[in-house]
Design a protein. Sequence first.
Length: 361
Amino acid sequence: MTGRYCSLTQAPAPVLTPGLAAERLSALVGGRPKWVNGTVLHYCFFDGDDDASVIHVPGSASTRRVSWVGDERQREAVRAAFREWHGLGIGISFTEVTDRSEAELRIGFQLGDGSWSAVGKDALRIGINDRTMNFGWDLTAPGERATALHQIGHALGMLHEHQSPCAGIHWDDEAVHAELAGPPNFWSRETTEFNILRKLEPSEANGTLWDPQSIMEYPFPSGLILEPEEFRGGLVPPGTLSPLDKEYVLRWYPPPDAPRPPVLVPFRSAPLRLGPGEQADFTVEPAGTREYTVAAFGDCDAVVVLFEERDGEPRYLAGDDDGGAPRNARVRARLVKGRRYFVRVRLYSGWGPGETAVMCW
């Protein structure tokens, strides 16, 4: 990734109830981008003649189309990166599909558009005919497998490591702006500020320690970092998944438990007893075909997601996120007798004296 940097765009800020307590707000900021554990993320590659951006030709009034389609070597580089992340034993799995309407992650290869990805669940806000991830240069070039690993880290909800408030980096701001304004990035000051100089909130950071070896860390040439002194001559991460990367992603997405989750019995409240960031999973095996409601209860911020088992794989059916709102998450869907469903509840935070619970009816 040396010299060419991931260029995230700023997503719309979530709408939260004013006056939230600091602890509750912190839990929401850190947890909202993360998928519920056990999710199967489906990805597809754009492959049609119409899959392209229309861009203006510099110095003229004309436009031209720039394709999003990558060749098989580029696709295989991305597949290999997905396999490497999954090989850590995380509770998230990845499946390639050809129908973009089934894909949460839709991947393009528009050269010159930079390499970037939506962060975690922000991908769900993007229309099915648009990219959630792009690779703007050759992933088969020496050292560039790190680019694919880095963007998948974003898709899992991770942010840039050098922006961690734990890093203690003192930048030469104008040197950074000058470096990124030139080739090969040609970034605006706003893009540089958002992707490099802006400090994250502690709850957004990938961990409580700065990890200069992280796959989410940029390499930097000499003269941009003033402190820590050891990096004045430059910072060159190895471009691999570091031990702290593995620790962080396994904390959010631990390996799935072997036993089948307990059955959520209709009209019977199931206590959650979760701490912030923890998750509870349940099985639903409907006795009849009808509309069912699944909801969380209690003073809590939570996300509730309902999956249907198809061909041995949980497929997303419905979900709701009540984070920061004065209500509880609730989903309603038609469940079919003889089929198996899974309910996953991830708690951001709880603040009341009462018990938090989930119920199906």
